[in-house]
Design a protein around this ligand. Structure first.
Ligand code: RET
Length: 133
C-alpha cells in the first residue's frame, strides 16, 4: 500500500488564487499566501493520518482516521466549520468537506517521488505538486 509519510516541499501550484477566492479569503491574505512555499509533514500509521502544513506566514494541522467523520475548524484558513471525512479511492486519499461551500474537498496521491494535492471549492480546482525534502 502507499505510504504518504514524510516531509514534502511545494514545487508548483496552479490556481491557488482561484481556490482562495472561492473560500472568500481576503485580498491581503491571498497576496501573502500565493507567494508561500508550504511544507507538509505527513505521518501515516495504518489508516491514521496527521498532516501539518507549515509556512512562514501561517500553518494548518489536521488529524483523521480513514472513514471516520470529524468536525474540521479550518482555523487560519477560512474558519468555516465542515463535517469532514477522508476515504481511500484505490491509492488516492479523498477528502470531502461538507459545509457552507459546495464541492469542497481535496485529493492526495503520489506519482514517482512527487506528492500531488488537488484542492476543490465550488468551481475552482487548485493543483499542487510537492517533492520529498
Ligand atoms: C496557508 C496560508 C494561509 C492561507 C491559506 C493556506 C492554505 C492552506 C491549505 C491547507 C490544506 C491542507 C490540506 C491538508 C491535508 O492534506 C498555506 C496555510 C489559504 C489549503 C489539504
Amino acid at each position: 500500500p502507499v505510504d504518504f509519510s514524510g516531509t514534502w516541499n511545494l514545487v508548483c501550484s496552479d490556481n491557488f488564487e482561484g481556490y482562495m477566492l472561492a473560500l472568500g479569503i481576503d485580498f491581503a491574505t491571498r497576496k501573502i499566501a500565493k507567494r508561500l512555499k508550504p511544507q507538509k509533514v505527513i505521518e501515516q500509521e495504518g489508516d491514521s493520518f496527521s498532516i501539518q502544513t507549515t509556512s512562514a506566514f501561517r500553518s494548518y494541522f489536521v488529524q483523521f482516521k480513514i472513514g471516520e467523520a470529524f468536525e474540521e475548524d479550518n482555523k487560519g484558513l477560512d474558519h468555516r466549520k465542515c463535517k469532514t471525512v477522508v476515504t481511500w479511492d484505490n491509492d488516492k486519499l479523498v477528502c470531502v468537506q461538507t459545509g457552507d461551500k459546495k464541492n469542497r474537498g481535496w485529493t492526495h496521491w503520489i506519482e514517482g517521488d512527487q506528492l500531488y494535492l488537488e484542492l476543490c471549492c465550488e468551481e475552482q480546482v487548485c493543483t499542487q505538486i510537492y517533492k520529498r525534502a
